[in-house]
Write a protein that binds this ligand. Sequence first.
Ligand code: SAH
Length: 451
Amino acid sequence: MKHLMRFQHLFVANKLVWNSRIVVPVGLCRGQWRPLCTRTTHNQEAHHYSTPVLKHLTSKIRSTGPISVAEYMREVLTNPVSGYYIHNDMLGAEGDFITSPEMSQIFGELLGIWCVSEWVAAGKPKEFQLVEFGPGRGSLISDVLRVLKQLKSVMGESAVSVHLVEVSPKLSKVQAQSLTGEDSETADNENDPVYRRGTTKTGHPVYWYRGMEDVPRGFSIYLAHEFFDALPIHKFQKTDKGWREMLIDIDPQVANKLRFVLSPSATLASSTLLQADEEREHVEVCPEGGVLVQRLTNRISEDGGAALIADYGHAGDKMDTFRGFHGHKLHDVLVAPGTADLTADVDFRYLRRMTDERVLTFGPITQQQYLQNMGIDVRLQVLLRSCTDSSTRKQLVQGFDMMMNPEKMGERFKFVALVPHSRIAVQTRGKKAEQKGAAALPVSGFSELGL
Ligand code: SAH
């Protein structure tokens, strides 16, 4: 814990520069919406509004039959020609939703401290890869890098590199602009696993990839904020005849309208993805999220490092959480596909099961608890003390409330950490670990900081 006290002290000494962010009117956060009970009534005419994704999907369904919800989500969000994420900058007041790193610099700063504390706990390996999945506008990683710069004395001669996994060419450009200014270039060859590279304003090399498998091996801290909730889910319904997969078909009554149907018999997904002891009536399973956690587990247990996953989520008890967002309002998931974000709460119990206990899992704990444990109150006070501008002060307080208030993002947003068994085993292995310079430290955020 001592090392974290030192970090906080450094923050006090070198007050961080406030980077201006959009003012977020309280009603504009997607964390505030409660799906299912308050679906907004959408414009009925919207059913008739055809989009390139809808045209593509209806011709596919006509030729090969109804598609799974997972295939629908994948096509709508990441189809390389017309997917929602491919050409849109959907974040912020002008977009469809807003996230914590876009609301407050404090969020990224505290996660930056977490990254450094895990690196310290691992014995300060010389090579240190920071990996982020789905970095949005690049705000979180910018804030993390600023913390690393502020903690220069702690970071010493370490070689930090930044690795971003991003499917969207449009957003990768926004990230490059924010992180590097003009100092990035795209690959000449489209088969190059690194499709963009550059140097950040903080002087770190930064690389962009389409998938995690392309990120080089080595000690890494992985961050995934609002990433798992964008990965495709399958939906299943318990019926008298057993589990049936929910599929998407064309509504025969209305032109350009899609509808949910139940598969008449078991599908490959319904016979392989469900747990024998499942007690819920309706279940959402995200196999891509499961595979990603298995890959993280392999990397972390073999190369060292840690992962922090933060998302809307639950511990395996929620049922129907699939929803759409457009212009900060709930949007019917089947209407005008490609124009709205689609998301489903993350099932952390399922992700934990996918680790097969080959790494240690901490959490899920609520965002309120995690940020409190990381010292958000102290950080807010420090920033308020050094800030005289009233609108900035208001922004700081509003951002804090949005992230911490249980009625807003405080409760529904959860944090989970994956760390190698060796991370905690150092406590009992004693001397050997001490020789390597590793210290037996608790995983910050998941136990209170003694500030
Ligand atoms: N983490 C950011 C953005 C969240 S939005 C924030 O909190 O502000 C989801 C992000 O994940 C976007 O950057 C989107 O383009 C990216 N993304 C979605 N699906 C992806 C996939 N399958 N592979 C890689 N990136 C993906």
